[in-house]
Write a protein that binds this ligand. Structure first.
Ligand code: MN
Length: 300
């Protein structure tokens, strides 16, 4: 199969995006052999996209952008000023992506990332769709794809499965919007880890490769051989980005935001090297095993 671009989330090395720290992270990902780095959308009031763009060019690395809305900028809110802040943040993320040459903005772009205390309302869902239609149009003008990443029940009340997300995308009706699959969340919510792949087909546009406990790939209960076989069978050609965090690299505030209360690993460079090797190996093995082969020997 044609090779997927393999990426890694910059947060593996922590969330300091000052120019020198960002350059070190980009340099590490590039020298380990990654194709791209996923960069959390920066606050344009704090950092300049110019430095990020220069580092990416210097190290020959491509990029994608992600973000997660919060209760302060939740576009499902009944409070118009909170919704407006969310739309501003999404449009800023699109602008940042365009400024650094990224062609993808994904993540929890449709609600806050956090535990809700009530079901999603029809009005909140409609409000989210209305904002995302405008954001998708702005993104399309820059050739940017918008990824809608469903998450587990403790991190949003709106989209928890691929089925819900595909319905949401149908209503969004934006040609540049795709399903963004995170295998950690899918492992929690789907009946089978291959369901989102087969259900989405060519509407699957981006993947976070994340273990069942968000630790090093291959050390949890996620069924990687079946997942990668499904990707090969469906002809998935999109990006696959490693997402794992460890409290070893995070401040206390960042630990709380993500809910990573444990040291799941200690050395980000070792973790990153292992992850790339693991994913390439899984994809290779999935592509060389004939998908129609019987599981036991046949007599003809
Ligand atoms: Mn994710």
């Amino acid at each position: 199969m044609a090779q997927n671009r393999i990426g890694i989330h910059a947060g593996v090395w922590g969330f300091d995006w000052s120019p020198a720290a960002a350059d070190r992270v980009i340099s590490s990902a590039a020298s380990l052999g990654y194709d791209l780095i996923e960069i959390p959308a920066i606050d344009p009031g704090r950092h300049s996209a110019v430095d990020t763009r220069a580092s990416l060019r210097r190290h020959g690395l491509e990029s994608t952008v992600s973000l997660a809305l919060t209760t302060a900028d939740d576009i499902t809110s009944a409070d118009g000023s909170i919704v407006a802040r969310g739309e501003r943040r999404l449009l800023d993320a699109v602008r940042f992506a365009a400024d650094i040459g990224a062609r993808f903005v994904g993540g929890v772009v449709y609600s806050a990332m956090g535990r809700y205390s009530a079901p999603a309302s029809a009005e909140g869902r409609d409000g989210s769709l209305a904002v995302l239609r405008r954001v998708a149009v702005a993104a399309a003008a820059d050739g940017i794809t918008l990824g809608v990443e469903y998450v587990n029940r403790y991190e949003s009340n709106l989209l928890n499965t691929a089925g819900q997300t595909l319905d949401f995308l149908d209503e969004l009706d934006a040609p540049n919007a795709v399903l963004h699959l995170d295998t950690f969340h899918a492992h929690v919510e789907e009946a089978d880890i291959t369901d989102p792949v087969t259900l989405a087909g060519d509407r699957l546009g981006y993947i976070h490769a994340s273990e069942s406990h968000r630790g090093p790939l291959g050390t949890g209960s996620l069924d990687w051989p079946r997942l990668t076989r499904a990707l090969v069978t469906e002809g998935y050609r999109g990006d696959i980005t490693v997402e794992t965090f460890s409290s070893a690299m995070l401040t206390d505030d960042e630990t709380a935001d993500i809910g990573v209360w444990r040291r799941l690993w200690d050395d980000p460079d070792r973790l990153a090297a292992h992850s790339l090797d693991f994913l390439r190996r899984q994809l290779h093995e999935a592509s060389v095993v004939p998908t129609s082969a019987p599981l036991v020997g046949s007599d003809h």
